[in-house]
Design a protein around this ligand. Sequence first.
Ligand SMILES: Cc1cc2nc3c(=O)[nH]c(=O)nc-3n(C[C@H](O)[C@H](O)[C@H](O)COP(=O)(O)OP(=O)(O)OC[C@H]3O[C@@H](n4cnc5c(N)ncnc54)[C@H](O)[C@@H]3O)c2cc1C
Length: 399
Amino acid sequence: MTDDAVLVVGAGPVGVLNALGLARAGVPVTVLDRAPGVNWSPRAAIYHWAALDGLDRLGVFDQAAARGFLKQDYEYRAYRTGERVRFGLDSLDGLVDRPYNLHLGQGALVQLALDELAGYGTARVLWEHSVVGLVQDDTGVTVTAQTPAGTETFRAAWAIGADGASSAVRKALGLPFEGFTWPERFVATNIHYPFAEHGFTQSTFIVDDVHGAVIAKLDDTGGTGLWRYTYCESQDLPEEGVLDRMPRFHEAVLPTPDEVEVAEWAPYRMHQRVAPRFREGRVLLAGDAAHVTNPSGGLGLTGGLFDTFVLQEALAAVVHGTADESVLDAYSRERRRVFVEMVDPAATAIKRMIFHSADPEQLERDMAGLRRLASDRDALVERLMATKRMETPSLVAAR
Ligand SMILES: Cc1cc2nc3c(=O)[nH]c(=O)nc-3n(C[C@H](O)[C@H](O)[C@H](O)COP(=O)(O)OP(=O)(O)OC[C@H]3O[C@@H](n4cnc5c(N)ncnc54)[C@H](O)[C@@H]3O)c2cc1C
């Protein structure tokens, strides 16, 4: 049994960045993860401009920008009509410090945060530690983990459950995960293909009820660069047939499908779910453990990052005795409110537009809205600012 100020369960981006913030604030922290190392499967790739200031405050923005790249352009293509609408984040030039999105694989973000964390003697990350139990009392939290050396217990004053959508921490707290699971399967493919030669912007949305797709450049490797191509299909189709069906999706959209080289792919179930509260005594939930959304608008991890920016700061202040525990209730209340009122409806609306635009009249209304954004800078700025409103201002500085 070891004793730390904070135990973090989960070494995904939310767990590791919370640990990094705590370590920087002088709070001893241990991170437990059931995996043998960083998860490199194709998941988050795009970080909205509004999340970049927070990454900078955590001291990882410069490395993240150096490993990934910054981009401003968007294009929406209506598959059935061929119409294309383009606009860019350059409309934010002069209005915000970072008027661009960051493209970077989620695994790379975790790796660079781990590299930073390794510089703190008061922080450690223990892989192959699968949390199977959690109890708490008035002074702390005791976590049980299965490890290659057998069952071990860890004790800390506080714990953060950042162990993803199927969170063992949330289950140990007895909290339900209210919401629903979508009937579609998302298939994320990382492919090499000369998108730029064929006129694709670095973020392109194909709007269609069959061939809808989100396309985003990930890096410059392999001559063409590596790109993420995500489409969706019915969850009723057998998962073992995904690879056989995959060429049909690429062929429908890409002019020279023979050039597609699939580097990686993964199928995902999608959900809209949220825990009833993000604090239970001495345990906090953050990221996918607290709320999950379909990833059409790139808002899943964005929400987890916004949790992180306020949680690690508030918890460090509580540990140091400079803030009252009530800031943690404010964390729970505010971050849940933002998910329910903003993230959940926005991500649901984006999924409907991109992947379910079968009705021609609805498609025309959607494209008219996009045309307006392309021609009316004020309207575009207003839309882009919506992501910033999903961020919670510091809960400590406000007191
Ligand atoms: C195809 C796809 C594309 C996406 N694209 C984007 C995007 O562009 N932008 C965006 O913002 N979001 C995106 N998302 C969402 C994003 O991937 C998630 O929101 C993000 O992974 C959440 O991070 P997390 O750290 O909360 O959880 P996770 O990344 O799930 O990490 C949880 C960690 O906990 C560990 N763990 C689980 N159970 C235990 C246990 N019992 N004991 C110990 N450790 C445990 C796991 O091993 C894992 O390392 C996408 C998701 C998908 C599926």
